[in-house]
Design a protein around this ligand. Sequence first.
Ligand code: GLY
Length: 411
Amino acid sequence: MNLLKGTFVACLCAATLIGCDSKKKDVTVSSVNETAEIVHTDRIADLSVEKVKTTLAYLTVADSFPRNISQGQKDWNLVGVTDWCSGFWPGVLWYAYELSDDPEIKAGAEKFTAPLKEIAYSPADNHDIGFMVYCSYGNGYRLTGNEEYKTVMLAAADTLATLYNPKVGTILSWPVMVPKIGYNTIIDNMMNLELLFWAAKNGGDKSLYDLADSHAEKSMQYLVRPDYSIYHVALFDEKTGKFKKGITHQGYADDSMWARGQGWGIYGFAMSYRETGKEAYLDTSIKLADHFLERLPEDGIPYWDFDDPKIPDAPKDASAASLIACGMLELADQVKDKDLKEKYTNAAKSLMEKLESDTYFSGDTNEALLLHSTGHLPNNSEIDVPIIYADYYFMEALLRLEKLEQNIAQN
Ligand code: GLY
């Protein structure tokens, strides 16, 4: 299925993948750690692709997308195209195709990407257009070069840009929440800047770059706290642009550290550095990552919120872990210092090692790849269940690790 398997599995064992675990004891001590890690991730990548293919076979309606699996159930609960999570399933399929080169999976990815077109051409009602379109069309365009995908992405970027308020200098994240909480910008929104940066470089209006950069600047200024934890939501006066306060929506408390929010920040600022070269973004991502690592519990997977007083009996969030594994790998790509590269790569590998364990990797339990994510605990929804974006970032991290190992093998 991939280069790594050819290189390592062939020399370790000609038998089944499971047989590799016993064989690896035969290799020399100096190569054990590296080899064991690679074989493990490679086996999980195989299993993940297989599982995604099985799910694809029973999902027949292209405009219904997996979102979560209820406690005790095996099958995905499906949502429609306008749900903020609709882009993750086509994204999972594109990643599975990238890992496997399987034409059936590619056909599935195309099938589930197509319905998201309407998001690009409908009035913007939230910032999630980036998640929806970049994870689906973005990966599709990256892997196929299909010009129609590019057209949809450029339209989606323009649609997302309509939510930009020049007075505040950010994108309004949740228009629907304005009557209740006022003008709001959330940390999750950092991820959607990637669509704007991409569009500015690929035929879209150059102002999309400035708009994304301004959003990142303001997020850095107001959503990042002095201790390098993050507010979920920043509220602004939309007429004067003045920052009012930081609050939470999905976290435990306004001043608590919501795990996934920390992840959106780590990844979002590393990506913004990649796109702008602004050292302040890189420095912010580093400090957010370090703060996360300092507070990570001993078992290596974050609780849904680091300040929930119920810890250690609070639920975990595997989605934060897989997202942060990707953020750490993006950060490792961006830092120049060799020790820092190693530090964030190892942090990502450690998160992935835990996620690949029987505790988190679902195996035969249900259709998802990962168990134990927490979506919106204060709303009493999606608590300790599989959620599609956990799988999406898990697949992304598997791919990133595979590419990293291929580079090492080639150099
Ligand atoms: N973007 C919403 C979430 O992280 O749950």
